[in-house]
Design a protein around this ligand. Structure first.
Ligand code: BES
Ligand code: ZN
Ligand code: ZN
Length: 493
């Protein structure tokens, strides 16, 4: 979809074109709605006389209104006028796109009479809503394909609005990169292919190193390597750096992602029903990759490291067995009681490597780690676990601002004992009770005192049906926006 900011003027109508205007709760006509109302001889106010009240999420379509060279006029409910903020603008843009995407119109013009920043956010919402993973649809009926190819945003100051959109466009591209990775099936996106796609981001100015199994063996990453041992695909570790700060040697911040390209459970194999969902068990790594994409694309003034632990968890004759004891890079030994609790084994080595090599100011890991977090929080909240109140506060705030909600979970020290075992320093599962918490406590054993947070995004990475117009069904891209804001608000020069 081509996106263009144009100077606000009289409607330049076209045959297959929709004009979207805001209706505030009351309902109250926005300035553009008012103008179109008089142009169409009162069509807008007549249409809005029914149950349409201008509430958020409501919309009303007028087809072929008189005296207007446009096929559709769309009234978007925008909520109370004095509460029309960035989030409301984004929702309005997304709602407009979503409502009209199958209508046949090729151009959508947003006439929102709002500040340039809000217009940019409306365009951002529409762009996010236009995401689609359709590369494997070879026989789709034309009427199922979205028709909108051009988005036009009318602005009193088009130049300023366009400039405000630039970083948001980079962010939306980062989110789309994540959604693509998460949507890809595991026969296409295995660790080496994931690594290739990340390596290709060097074109944006990122530095990308890919470590293979030989290098990881040398580093002593027995915990990560044990997970990939039963797979025909080699494990990889991607190390991504964005050095955007004035001082390229300034201490970085770091993000680490669980990248299990497919989680069959291994020898502790999962039930067949729903196992296909485990193609998105790399959602944490996908989010970190999308974040690095966005930071580079908008040239963030910060030094940021992204580390992805890329493996496939499969059962074969060489696979790790329940009861196996592995030695992690930290030197700590782990008894693998359940091979399906593999994400924490991957993170143990990825986090250790990260702090050992980069000594970051803090580390945040993202992982589709436990089914238990879905039971606890559903799909609209990710679990936040942390050893640091300041970092937690910043994450909660950034998440709330971006509509990517977190809920802080406890990490009671007495639960940590559930990981003790006879023959090794720890075992990799606690028990059914508090499953997300013992998983976090396991990971914490590989954090060497620095501020750290763990986001369990098992529920948030994928949603169907979606309840947010800016997020189509499927891969959400959860985490990219949240972490991008965390960086922007706290860690740029
Ligand atoms: N990848 C799963 C967690 C998961 C489940 C993500 C459902 C998304 C949807 C993880 O590797 C796993 O299998 N966890 C186990 C842990 C258990 C064996 C202690 C779980 O949650 O059941
Ligand atoms: Zn698993
Ligand atoms: Zn998993």
């Amino acid at each position: 979809m081509k996106i263009k900011f144009v100077e606000y003027g009289p409607v330049a109508g076209e045959a297959l074109m929709a004009i979207a205007v805001l209706m505030f709760e009351g309902p109250a006509l926005s300035e553009a709605a008012e103008a179109l109302d008089s142009q169409t001889g009162g069509a807008v106010s007549r249409a809005a006389a029914g149950r349409f009240k201008g509430a958020k999420g409501q919309s009303l379509e007028l087809v072929a209104p008189a005296n207007l060279h446009a096929s559709h006029l769309l009234l978007i409910g925008a909520g109370p006028q004095d509460a029309f903020d960035a989030a409301a603008a984004e929702a309005a843009g997304a709602e407009a796109y979503k409502t009209l995407k199958l209508s046949g119109v090729t151009t959508l013009e947003l006439r929102f009479n709002a500040a340039p920043e809000l217009l940019a956010r409306a365009a951002f919402g529409a762009k996010l809503a236009s995401y689609r993973f359709d590369k494997y649809l070879t026989k789709e009926k034309p009427e199922k394909k979205p028709s909108i190819t051009h988005l036009r945003i009318a602005a009193a100051d088009a130049k300023t609005a366009k400039a405000a959109f630039a970083p948001l466009e980079a962010l939306a591209d980062g989110v789309a990169f994540t959604r693509d990775l998460v949507s890809e099936p595991a026969n296409i996106l295995y660790p080496a292919e994931f690594a290739r796609r990340v390596k290709a981001l060097e074109r944006l100015g990122l530095e990308v190193e890919i470590l293979g199994e030989a290098e990881m063996t040398k580093l002593g990453m027995g915990s990560l390597l044990g997970v990939g041992q039963g797979s025909a695909r080699d494990s990889k570790l991607a190390v991504i750096q964005w050095l955007g700060a004035k001082d390229k040697t300034a201490q970085p911040i770091a993000f680490v992602g669980k990248g299990v390209c497919f989680d069959s459970g291994g020898i502790s194999i999962k039930p067949a029903d729903g196992m296909e969902d485990m193609k998105w068990d790399m959602g944490g790594a996908g989010a970190v990759a999308g974040l690095m994409y966005a930071l580079a694309a908008r040239k963030a003034k910060a030094n940021v490291v992204g580390i992805l632990g890329l493996v496939e968890n499969m059962p074969d004759g060489n696979a790790q067995r329940p009861g196996d004891i592995v030695t992690s890079m930290s030197g700590q030994t782990i008894e693998v009681i359940n091979t399906d609790a593999e994400g924490r084994l991957v993170l143990a080595d990825a986090l250790w490597y990260c702090q050992d090599r980069f000594k970051p100011r803090f580390m945040v890991d993202l992982a589709t780690l436990t089914g238990a977090i879905i039971i606890a929080l559903g799909n609209d909240y990710a679990g936040l676990f942390s050893n640091n109140d300041d970092l937690s506060g910043a994450l909660l705030k950034a998440g709330a601002a971006e509509g990517e909600n977190l809920w802080r979970m406890p990490m009671p020290p007495q639960y940590d004992k559930m990981l003790d075992t006879l023959a090794a320093d720890m075992k990799n599962i606690g028990g059914r009770a508090g499953g997300s918490i013992t998983a976090a406590l396991f990971i914490q054993r590989f954090v060497n005192g620095l501020p750290w947070a763990h986001l369990d995004i098992a529920g948030a990475a994928w949603k169907k049906p979606s309840t947010n117009p800016a997020i189509p069904d499927g891969a959400t891209g959860f985490g990219v926006r949240l972490l991008n804001r965390l960086v922007a608000e706290g860690y740029e020069d």
